[in-house]
Design a protein around this ligand. Structure first.
Ligand SMILES: [Zn+2]
Length: 502
């Protein structure tokens, strides 16, 4: 099949799109839409090096990396003008400062995911009545300063279980007690085998049981014996890991478990134990366990735009992934939770290097770069070559990290709800703070199928297919279910369209 390659930049980052010569125009638009992470209503603009807008169509002139096109997305703007303080002052209302206070309160509530205090409703009522008074003054209405407030339909997302962001001591102690009552020996052979399959259903298990299942993984891969890990140290390590995953809808301890369990499944399905060192497998499993530690539910774009502490600390370079990794080694610094404490200095060094590489690879802005590199070595892949092996490890954690759609629908679909809940929460805060809103996180622009179709076609499948090129046995385990998910969401989209038309 003959293909065309188009080189372009998106936010200054070089990207490339490859598509067949006979690609339908709509598919091509969708391809660029997905590259721009744009919603269905956003306008895409493609510029040639001369700065002229060019049409995104199959006859697009192929170019060289040195003469990149520039892709821009014009999203429906959510950042209404802030309230005119001068105007409010002139009118004798302190509406501006009141609004600010209200916004900071609302933000605090969203961030801490706790219950809305009465005072917020009270203030909202007051602001509403002020606005009403102002709007009734006819000659002011054209100013439209108060439009933003009247669009109050963007209610903050339903608060996540009304729990605190960080786990409380009580919560942790409760789980620890439960874990201590259970023992990994009690896990039946049947469960141990089930644990090795990608069809495993995480929703059947509570957190304490999940911790025991993680212990089983370390045991059944012989890590305990090979690396002289004391069971109580492993337990303490996993407990600290549990404690440092926050109470957020998606990037929580259950997500940590799912990613780790998929990695574990892939290790068994591909018989990786016969191809790689135990230490590499230990790196991969532990990286999966630690890869989202202390995630607070706001992605890198938010961190950078809001100039958070993390973005400042890491100079906007993968702030989250750097943080997850740093927290992991903080836990490993302590003797009682350092599962690597009986290893030599050299072994520890190798593990540290490997874990850092794997966790940093989960930053999706590096997706194309890693995938393209992996593709380029695939035909001559050599397990004895360190560069090849490193790339494979990065691909494996990436696949595991975004593997929900490879799971049975009844396992995968609730995860999508969780993800959207976390996204919507972020975009609500972004709107409140006047920060740019990613279209794929905006509750007004995203539907379940629209969020998944492009992602599966242009991100998931291309990634999974390359891994299956190296391990053909994975086709049935991870590619078939993903194709089914694509069909499912395509049908759902059609149904939604129909509903809209009626
Ligand atoms: Zn993750």
């Amino acid at each position: 099949m003959e293909t065309k390659i188009i080189y372009f930049t998106m936010n200054g980052i070089p990207e490339q799109a490859e598509f067949p010569l006979d690609c339908p125009a709509q598919d091509l638009k969708d391809l660029f839409r997905s590259a721009a992470e744009a919603g269905p209503h956003d306008i895409l603009k493609l510029y040639n090096p001369k700065g002229n807008i060019i049409n995104i169509c199959p006859s697009l002139e192929p170019n060289e990396p040195g003469s990149c096109y520039k892709l821009e997305v014009v999203a429906a703007d959510c950042n209404a003008e802030p309230l005119g303080a001068e105007l409010a002052g002139a009118l004798g209302f302190d509406l501006s400062s009141m609004e600010k206070r209200l916004q900071s309160l609302e933000k605090k509530i969203l961030m801490e995911a706790s219950e809305t205090p009465e005072v917020v409703y009270e203030m909202k009522k007051q602001v509403d009545s002020f606005r009403e008074k102002l709007e009734s003054v006819e000659h002011l209405s054209w100013l439209g300063f108060f439009k933003d407030l009247s669009e109050g339909t963007h209610k903050p997302s339903p608060f996540y279980h009304k729990r605190t962001l960080h786990k409380t001591r009580k919560e942790c102690e409760h789980v620890r007690e439960k874990v201590l009552q259970m023992s990994s020996l009690e896990v039946s052979e049947e469960v141990r085998q089930y644990l090795k399959t990608p069809t495993f259903d995480n929703w059947q298990w509570e957190d304490a049981e999940i911790m025991v299942l993680l212990q089983v993984m370390y045991t059944d891969l012989d890590f305990i014996a090979t690396f002289h890990i004391e069971p109580e140290v492993l337990q303490q390590f996993l407990f600290e890991v549990y404690r440092r995953y926050n109470n957020i809808p998606f990037h929580n301890f259950k997500h940590c478990f799912c990613v780790t369990q998929m990695m574990y499944g892939l290790i068994w399905l591909t018989d990786l134990r016969s191809k790689m060192d135990a230490i590499d497998l230990l790196i991969m499993l532990t990286s999966a366990v630690c890869h989202d530690l202390d995630h607070m539910g706001y992605n890198n774009a938010y961190q950078i735009n809001a100039r958070t502490e993390l973005a400042l600390r890491y100079n906007d370079i993968s702030p989250l992934e750097n943080h997850h990794c740093a927290v992991a080694f903080e836990i490993l610094e302590r003797k009682e939770s350092n599962i690597f404490r009986n290893l030599t200095m050299d072994q520890f060094k190798r593990i540290r290097e490997g874990i850092i590489k794997c966790i940093l690879a989960t930053d999706m802005t590096r997706h194309n770069k890693i995938l393209n590199k992996f593709k380029s070595i695939l035909s001559a892949f050599d397990f004895g070559n360190k560069e090849h092996k490193d790339l494979l490890m990065m691909i494996l954690i990436k696949v595991s990290d975004i593997s929900n759609e490879a799971r049975p629908m009844e396992v995968a679909e609730p995860w999508l709800d969780c993800l959207l809940q976390e996204f919507f929460n972020q975009s609500d805060v972004e709107k409140l703070e006047g920060l740019p809103v990613s279209p794929f996180m905006d509750r007004d622009k995203v539907t379940k199928p629209s969020s998944q179709i492009g992602f599966i076609r242009f991100v998931l499948l291309p990634l999974f297919i390359e891994l299956a090129n190296l391990f053909p046995c994975l086709e049935q385990h991870i590619i078939d279910p993903v194709r089914k998910a694509l069909d499912y969401y395509t049908e759902m989209e059609k149904a939604l369209e129909k509903e809209k038309q009626n």
